[in-house]
Design a protein around this ligand. Structure first.
Ligand code: ADP
Length: 636
């Protein structure tokens, strides 16, 4: 057999081996290495390189065979595809092969490796700067890689036969890359589908949001090959990051770091970094709202960055710094939403700088965001429903208690009245019984009157129709009415502190009732010889009315329930006076209805001060008045 024929046989054998390797599904790098070696061994080139085109437009040398220097120089080399396009543009087209003669090489071309030797004196001689590249393509012609050869052993440009065999190697190497990528894509799809399914399954079985979030970490870390996962759920009811439910899983921060995300995002470097962390959260929220309507994700990183149009350069730089601070090289962020609403974000971080986020990963992450959005929406509805049920139950409980107390309050005087009536029937008219009947009837009248009033002031159906009123005049009116009661009890009622022309916005009957109850209590709970001082003035755009007495005072522990229905406190001196325990409950409802405030400041044995503020017709909100003495309690 001639030398040429044996070389061709070697080439065919080597080609056959490459075929076999491809179809037996061996490791891609190994298959390509074999192909490169085959080219060197069988086709008489001293250097063969197989490059692979990555999704980000770079070619990287995966397999290098032949000359040791060349192997060292070329292995792992990464060049942008754009640069190569310049070389292809000037190449001679040899079918799948591109031949770039040294004299056409674009200026500054970096790609070719230039061995140091003198070319032959021959028009067909191979020049050290010549380049011969075979494109590796997929079934539909997409460029997957390239096979380049250099340094033909005979020092000449390859003949027709060598080119044809080289093309065959290229076709096989192209198929090998294509199949390997397909295999990888398939594995990735299976992996992502499994992760998404696990999340959907947990989400459909679990009602507790925290438990759903916790169960997401493992599938997200495994399925998406993420090194850290941060799930953030915005809380619509609470402002600021502290009200949010945050969960993260990663190498440094275990789950359970809830509420510390600003510090985490800032890399925990003090107060200013915290502010930066909070800024990151704001940015994340803004980006999520921008992404949600388009159902898109965003990648921040050196590879495959998609922030353009969403973040400006400075913002992108800051986010990237945060990503690096977390020990990652890139972040994939998807909105977590339901309907038109964005409810949070899912951020996946990856440390490996050479692997970006694939389209399949982007889509699967979006699906996870939608699924978690549904869960958050559902748990919110569930929580709202439960809250409503609790409120209704409380209301029910209140009604039952109220009816119980009212019945009790009505029963005592009625029992007493009926007892005395029986006595009257048996023994004729007895003055003590008449007195008791009269007392109890008055008590019943007071009680029924107060109940009716309470019912009316807390009736949500009753429209609120305020009008401008003169507070000073109303206080004077009530003062006149209560003057007899005060003088009977030998208590001085001093209204000299009532200013002129203090306008309020309110309902006349309600305000009169409020003033009567507060001033009336002052007189009732002040022993003989005491003073009740009433004042009214305008403070910071609001009308303020105060009633200060020198009476029995109120114990600190009674203050917080003072405005509850039927509460009469614990002081026996107060119980000695007639009362229903409804007067201040009525005051409280009236104040609430008017958008005012009421506060009491008192200490046992040394008198009390009640201070009520009400809105003025064009008044502004005023700061709450300062409480300076004794103990106090405030409503509104
Ligand atoms: P009532 O006066 O009918 O008992 P209120 O609701 O008006 O009911 O008042 C509730 C309780 O608050 C009173 O029973 C009393 O113990 C206490 N209280 C109200 N005003 C004063 C006051 N000016 N001084 C001392 N105690 C008071």
């Amino acid at each position: 057999m001639s030398r040429g024929a044996s070389r061709e046989l070697d080439a065919l054998r080597s080609l056959h081996q490459v075929f076999t390797a491809i179809h037996s599904g061996q490791d891609l790098a190994e298959v390509l290495q074999r192909a490169a070696q085959g080219v060197v061994d069988a086709l008489g080139f001293q250097v063969a390189v197989i490059d692979f085109v990555d999704p980000y437009g770079y070619v990287e040398a995966l397999a290098v065979a032949g000359d040791e220097d060349a192997c060292r120089a070329l292995k792992g080399r990464r060049v942008s595809l754009d640069e190569l396009q310049d070389e292809f543009a000037v190449a001679e087209d040899w079918g799948l092969l591109k031949f770039v003669p040294h004299d056409r090489l674009p200026e500054g071309a970096e790609y070719s490796w230039a061995p140091d030797y003198e070319p032959l004196e021959d028009p067909e001689a191979w020049h050290p700067l010549d380049a011969l590249i075979a494109l590796l393509q997929g079934p539909t012609g997409e460029m997957l890689g390239m096979l380049s050869v250099d340094l033909p052993v005979d020092g000449r440009r390859p003949n027709h036969l060598t080119r044809q065999v080289l093309e065959m190697f290229a076709v096989q190497a192209g198929l090998a890359i294509y199949h390997a990528q397909e295999r990888e894509r398939l594995q990735e799809r299976v992996r992502l589908a499994a992760a998404t399914r696990r999340i959907v399954e947990t989400a459909s079985q679990e009602l507790d949001l925290d438990r759903v979030l916790e169960a997401c970490f493992e599938p997200l870390v495994d399925g998406f090959h993420a090194d850290r996962v941060v799930i953030r759920v915005f809380d619509v009811d609470v402002e600021g990051p502290h009200g949010e439910r945050l969960a993260t899983e990663g190498a440094t921060y275990p789950p359970g770091i809830l509420g510390h995300l600003p510090a985490l995002l800032a890399g925990e470097r003090g107060e200013t970094s915290r502010a930066r962390g909070a800024r990151m959260l704001d940015l994340g929220e803004r980006v999520a709202w921008a992404c949600w309507p388009a159902r898109r994700s965003v990648v921040v990183g050196e590879l495959g960055d998609t922030t353009s149009g969403l973040l400006d350069e400075a913002e992108r730089g800051a986010v990237l710094e945060m990503v690096h601070g977390l020990g990652a090289s890139s972040m994939l962020l998807v909105p977590l939403g339901a309907g038109p609403e964005v409810l949070g974000t899912v951020a996946l971080f990856r440390a490996d700088a050479s692997s970006g986020w694939s389209e399949a990963e982007n889509e699967a992450a979006l699906e996870v965001g939608r699924e978690l959005g549904r869960v958050v929406h559902r748990t919110r509805l569930y929580q709202r429903e439960r809250q409503l049920v609790t409120e209704l139950q409380e209301l029910d409980h209140y009604k039952v208690e109220m009816i119980g107390t009212i019945t009790h309050e009505l029963k005592n005087p009625l029992t007493s009245i009926s007892g005395h009536v029986e006595l009257l029937e048996d023994e004729g008219v007895a003055p003590t019984s008449v007195g008791a009947i009269g007392r109890n009837v008055r008590r019943l009248q007071r009680l029924v009157g107060d109940l009716l009033l309470l019912n009316s002031v807390q009736d949500p159906q009753r429209p609120f129709a305020p009008s401008p009123l003169d507070l000073g005049a109303l206080v004077e009116e009530v003062g006149d009415l209560l003057a007899i009661q005060a003088s009977r009890r030998q208590v001085t009622l001093d209204t000299s502190g009532v200013g002129q022309a203090i306008r309020i916005l309110g309902e006349r009957d309600d305000v009169l009732r409020l003033l009567t109850n507060v001033i009336g209590n002052g007189i009732k709970y002040t022993p003989q010889g005491g003073v009740v001082r009433v004042a009214a003035r305008a403070v910071d755009g609001r009308a303020e009315f105060t009633c200060q007495d020198t009476g029995i005072g109120i114990a600190e522990h009674d203050l917080s329930t003072l405005f509850d229905e039927f509460d009469r406190g614990s002081n026996p001196a107060a119980h000695a006076q007639p009362g229903t325990g409804l007067g201040l409950a009525i005051v409280r409802r009236i104040v609430e209805r008017h958008g005012g405030t009421v506060e009491v400041e008192s200490s046992l044995g040394s008198g009390s001060t009640f201070r009520v503020t009400l809105p003025m017709p064009d008044g502004q909100e005023a700061a709450a008045p300062d409480v300076t003495q004794g103990h106090s309690f405030r409503i509104g």
